[in-house]
Design a protein around this ligand. Structure first.
Ligand code: SAH
Ligand code: SF4
Ligand code: F3S
Length: 484
């Protein structure tokens, strides 16, 4: 446990792909001449971006490989969210240096948030790196690779106000063929004081709804049965003809604004057998309209990731989150009123933010109890250079206190996860099968609407099918049952 806490923060109550920190590209063999190995760290946005990168480079003569030793080009798509995330990447670069010594022609690139944060400094600090590209610079990769081919180092960390890669069809890496991510927006305009994302991902911009719906339709036609709409704050999704296409508008003289609830509905209407999920919701912005849209469509999953960060209003204010404890609890009440007690709710928590007192920490624990979270991602505060908190507040909570508070939060969540799962025992759940269980190939694994992992004997069922499962037992992480 200790190790985990230091490493990546801790996730309790969930077993699934979301807790993995590294994803490696799959083998792809279409006879291309050069091989790309890409390793992704951090959040789902980064995993989704790696699929864009693979798509862009496929056109340039690269196949992906899952074996770093046979790669001509090694990319690390990196995360800066906590200090530990960056340290992990630096350690990995040292390992890759060992391979490069035997194979000097191998090109090494750093992409993503760490590339954006450190820019050319990364070339100075990590001699092995040939190429640095920020999250909005991936269309430029062919040119950057050509520069390195010619013997120089290459950098592009330009952040864009428009780039959404809307026209790039992602190459699905590590895909189970059933579930996929669709990026609906990029960047973040929120400036939570602890957070590096606004600096590494730039201004918020929304992708046009037509291309999102087209991607969902294409996935459904290819056999996918679940899409997750991704954004740092999906509730601020906004797309208007006016902002995006002024010239055309003058001609048709009509303004159309699409908000997140509208988008959700459009994607839900693609097909009743296509499940729709989304992440992340922001407590200050989630609307009743979104909740009613969720209630209206059976295929919109009844699950909301609603990170609270802290249960104390003074700390929330310092964090610049834009809501109080009372506001948050009211939003949860509304979710329960419109979507019922079965709707899954999860959260992110930060222990030991600047000046947090013991009493204020206890309020986080009591809020968890009040909400009854199904699971949470839990971290202790890690100061990030350049953020508002780093500039304004001292990182004054000693590490051992941060860890002790985090332990208490984890303890509470383990208790709640088990309690919430016990409520599901004895009930029948509609499960979308995602594949065989990790524990046994005689068992299948999928998730219910509330995003809980359900395991059951295989029978004659296969992935991509919906089944009704009677849940007979559970742990804090998993529901177990049989098809009925
Ligand atoms: N857009 C999402 C969060 C993305 S970052 C939201 O607003 O909820 C994912 C999580 O990492 C955050 O919710 C927060 O809990 C955690 N996190 C972000 N910055 C952190 C920091 N400096 N130290 C510790 N945890 C942090
Ligand atoms: Fe970071 Fe806040 Fe934006 Fe989330 S909403 S990405 S925590 S700044
Ligand atoms: Fe990390 Fe960047 Fe995502 S900092 S969490 S990879 S947006």
């Amino acid at each position: 446990m200790e190790n985990l806490i230091e490493d990546i923060g801790v996730l309790a109550g969930l077993e699934g792909e979301a807790c993995e920190t590294v994803k490696v590209s799959a083998n792809q063999n279409t006879g291309k001449t050069r091989k790309l190995y890409i390793e992704s760290y951090g959040c789902q946005m980064n995993f989704s971006d790696s699929e864009i990168v693979a798509s862009i480079l496929q056109k340039e003569g690269f196949d992906t490989t899952s074996n770093v030793d046979e790669a001509d080009l090694v990319f690390l798509n990196t995360c800066s969210i906590r200090e530990k995330a960056e340290q992990t990447v630096r350690n990995r670069l040292t390992q890759i240096n060992g391979i490069k010594k035997k194979k000097p022609e191998m090109m090494v690139g750093v992409l993503g948030c760490m590339a954006e944060r450190l820019k050319t400094k990364l070339l100075e600090e990590e001699k092995i790196v040939d190429l640095v590209a920020g999250p909005d610079a991936y269309r430029d990769l062919p040119k950057l690779i050509a520069q390195v081919d010619e013997g120089s180092k290459a950098v592009n960390t330009f952040l864009s106000r428009e780039e959404t890669y809307a026209d790039v069809t992602p190459v699905r890496l590590n895909s189970n063929g059933v579930t996929a991510f669709i990026s609906i927006m990029r960047g973040c305009d929120n400036m939570c004081s602890f957070c590096v994302v606004p600096f590494t991902r730039g201004r918020e911009r929304s992708r046009d709804p037509q291309s999102i719906v087209a991607e969902a339709k294409d996935l459904f036609a290819k056999g996918y049965r679940e899409v997750t709409l991704l954004g740092q704050n999906v509730d601020s999704y906004k797309w208007s003809e006016e902002e995006n296409n002024k010239a055309r508008l003058e001609k048709i003289n009509q303004v159309e604004v699409v908000n997140f609830a509208n988008l959700l509905e459009r994607v839900a209407l693609v097909h009743p057998d296509l499940r729709v999920r989304f992440s992340t919701s922001h407590p200050k912005d989630i609307t009743d309209e979104v909740l009613y849209t969720m209630a209206k469509y059976e295929n919109i999953c009844k699950y909301i990731h609603l990170p609270v960060q802290s249960g104390n209003s003074r700390v929330l204010e310092l964090m610049n989150r834009g809501y109080s404890r009372e506001w948050y609890l009211q939003r949860v009440e509304k979710i329960r009123e419109i979507l019922g007690n079965e709707c899954g709710i999860s959260s992110d928590m930060i222990a030991g933010f600047c000046t947090e007192t013991e009493e204020e920490h206890k309020e986080t624990v009591s809020l968890m109890e009040a909400v009854q979270y199904d699971f949470s991602y839990m971290f202790f505060y890690s100061e990030r250079p350049g953020t508002l908190a780093a500039k304004k507040f001292a990182d004054d909570i000693p590490l051992d206190i941060k860890k002790k508070r985090l332990e208490e939060i984890i303890q509470k969540q383990s208790e709640l996860s088990l309690k919430r799962n016990q409520l599901d025992v004895g009930k029948v759940h509609k499960v979308l099968i995602e594949g065989t269980s990790r524990r046994s190939d005689q068992q299948l694994q999928g998730r219910n609407s509330a995003n809980k992992v359900v395991i059951f004997p295989k029978g004659n069922k296969t992935k991509g099918e919906y089944v009704n499962v009677l849940v007979e037992s559970c742990t804090g992480a998993t529901l177990m049952g049989r098809v009925v």
